[in-house]
Design a protein around this ligand. Structure first.
Ligand SMILES: Nc1ncnc2c1ncn2[C@@H]1O[C@H](COP(=O)(O)OP(=O)(O)OP(=O)(O)O)[C@@H](O)[C@H]1O
Ligand code: SF4
Ligand SMILES: [Mg+2]
Length: 306
């Protein structure tokens, strides 16, 4: 196990923005964390990295190599972890060339050998040929997909064991999304990297992630091997997310949608936080909070194919 996150909570101004989050990351595997906007995907990762917004506090545990990260000093905590952000233009420095940014990271992490050769090799690894020429280019001279590849190369330059990719394809066009997700999986396999992939698109994880965690309003509602979750979803929220697939829509047939909206973090909802929107809700759901048991947090999980 590369990273084991258990009972992670994030509290801000007395409100639990993330509650009882758990995740196991293994070398060579991609674990996707999926959920609607505001479900707590980014905050969970920032809590592990020690980068929470001011005033927010993390609770629980995140262990890597026998070290408790939540209480460790920043350099210990972040060693071995790297993050790729949604928008590569804001992640990369616009006034530094690709080479300057890569060489700086390689130097900080004391990569042995010729740094320039190391930078060119990293660019090749992320699918950018003619690296020697690209080193002199600036971020604005690259396409969106190339920029995201460069920011992945910068993250790899830190020689991480865990790569957290937060919506790495949202800023890209549809054809490039699959390419970047395939690249992340290739890097996971070849480098024995554990990849923590954050995305709002459950359909995008098919073929791109080995395991998936579905979040709703700050909590994990379903977790398991991707094939199992996609083929036989058990939580009513996962079922609804999969049903609302524009790619599978038929002409003239309205796309199934889920009534209502994700509750605000400060909204107090007793019992299961999904119950106001759940077609299977019953009395118990309004009073008690379901725990995550056998990969699903629900008192009345869907059995068999939905
Ligand atoms: N700096 C902040 N101050 C106050 N509340 C915040 C802050 N950052 C996030 N939140 C709240 O915490 C909750 C979880 O936010 P988070 O950014 O983790 O969501 P997310 O799942 O990553 O959403 P998205 O898909 O939009 O990126 C949301 O309700 C959000 O409003
Ligand atoms: S616990 Fe109840 S309300 Fe929550 S998802 Fe399951 S059936 Fe629906
Ligand atoms: Mg986010």
């Amino acid at each position: 196990m590369t990273l084991s996150v258990k009972s992670l909570g994030v509290v801000l101004d007395g409100h639990a923005l993330v509650d009882d989050f758990c995740l196991e990351l293994e070398p060579g595997r991609v674990h996707a964390v999926v959920g609607e906007s505001g479900s707590g995907k980014t905050l969970s990762a920032l809590a592990v990295l020690g980068l929470l917004p001011e005033g927010a506090q993390a609770r629980g545990s995140a262990r890597r190599g026998g070290v408790e990260l939540l209480t460790a000093a920043a350099p210990v905590r972040r060693a071995g972890l790297a993050m790729v952000l949604q928008e590569p233009l804001s992640a990369l420095n616009p006034v530094l060339s690709v080479g300057e940014q890569l060489l700086e990271t390689l130097a900080v992490h004391r990569t042995p050998g010729d740094l320039r050769a190391g930078a060119i090799s990293l660019l090749g690894e992320v699918g950018i040929p003619q690296g020697a020429e690209r080193l002199g280019m600036f971020p604005h001279q690259l396409s969106g997909g190339q920029r995201q590849r460069v920011s992945i190369a910068c993250a790899l330059a830190a020689r991480p064991e865990v790569l957290i990719a937060d919506e790495p394809t949202t800023a890209l066009d549809a054809s490039m999304r699959g390419v970047i997700l395939t690249l992340l999986q290739k890097l996971a396999r070849e480098r024995s990297l554990a990849v923590w992939l954050i995305t709002h698109d459950l359909h995008a994880v098919r073929g791109a992630a080995d395991e998936v965690t579905v979040m709703y309003a700050g909590r994990v509602v379903e977790q398991g091997p991707t094939a199992r979750v996609l083929e036989s979803p058990r939580h009513p929220y996962t079922v609804a997310l999969l049903a609302a697939n524009p790619a599978a829509a038929k002409v003239g047939v309205p796309l199934p949608t889920l009534a209502g909206a994700v509750p605000l973090a400060r909204e107090v909802i007793a019992g299961c936080r999904f119950h106001p929107r759940c077609p299977r809700a019953m009395e118990q759901c309004r009073a008690e909070r379901p725990a995550l048991v056998d990969g699903v947090a629900c008192f009345s999980p869907v059995e068999g194919k939905p």
